[in-house]
Design a protein around this ligand. Structure first.
Ligand code: 5RP
Length: 226
């Protein structure tokens, strides 16, 4: 079993009967969704899922997981999602899979957030992983210029055909190749104010539990106070 599968299956143990569960996106969250599907089928688990992307919605639908949209539930009991980087103080970068907008909305309305990662995602400072910023297409060239002026080393994310990739909300992603982000709060506040920025991938003070797959130690679980 690979590490992503290991943490995906482990995280599904936190899902209990009757819960509304935020279903994350990505290659790690994939295994968690599969395991929840298995539990529904084999154990009669009774939950409602709230998906964070079209890809997860498709997977969950195939597995027969009952779904509601974020606007049809009063709150989400628990959200389980992957992450691209987690710093020593448990701040995160997400959005490598371009799903950061829905992921952040679902996490915001969740009582508890669990991130599932392999050890390679744990870093001292954020920033080696390019920070994804979701922007509306209109005015995006101006934003690129502005990010360049701020030395944020922006690159518009392109698909294989050379066209900008489109998010589930039909927006673009600009990745900021900064190498290190020493002041994530200040950067998040600045990005929040930029016109045309829909959302960014800095997930600050959003996680309650991190489940890490370690090649030597196996599963490590860290409870985060926030
Ligand atoms: C998608 C995300 C993912 O959770 C993140 O990219 C981690 O993905 P993976 O588990 O495939 O490494 O934020 O927008």
């Amino acid at each position: 079993m690979n590490l992503k599968q290991l943490v995906g299956i482990e995280s599904a143990k936190y899902v209990k009967d009757g819960m509304v569960v935020g279903l994350g996106t990505g290659s790690t969250a994939y295994y968690m969704v599969e395991e929840i599907g298995r539990r529904i089928k084999e154990e009669g688990l009774n939950i409602t899922g709230v998906t964070t992307s079209n890809a997860t919605k498709e997977q969950a639908t195939k597995l027969g997981i009952p779904l509601k949209s974020i606007d049809e539930v009063s709150c989400v009991d628990i959200t389980i999602d992957g992450a691209d980087e987690i710093s020593a103080d448990f701040q995160g970068i997400k959005g490598g899979g371009a799903a950061l907008l829905f992921e952040k909305i679902v996490a915001t309305y969740s009582n508890k957030v669990i991130w599932i990662v392999d050890e390679s995602k744990m870093v001292k400072y954020l920033g080696k992983f390019p920070l994804p910023v979701e922007v509306i297409p209109y005015g995006s060239a101006q934003l690129l210029k502005k990010f360049k002026e701020q030395s944020l080393n922006p690159k518009l994310r392109l698909a294989k055909d050379g066209q900008p990739i489109l998010t589930d909300s039909q927006n673009y992603i600009i990745d900021l190749h900064m190498d290190v982000i020493k002041e994530p709060v200040a950067l998040a506040n600045w990005l929040d104010k930029q016109i045309g920025v829909v959302e960014h991938g800095l997930f600050l003070n959003m996680v309650d539990k991190v489940i890490i797959g370690d090649p030597v130690e196996g599963i490590k679980i860290i409870d985060v106070a926030r």
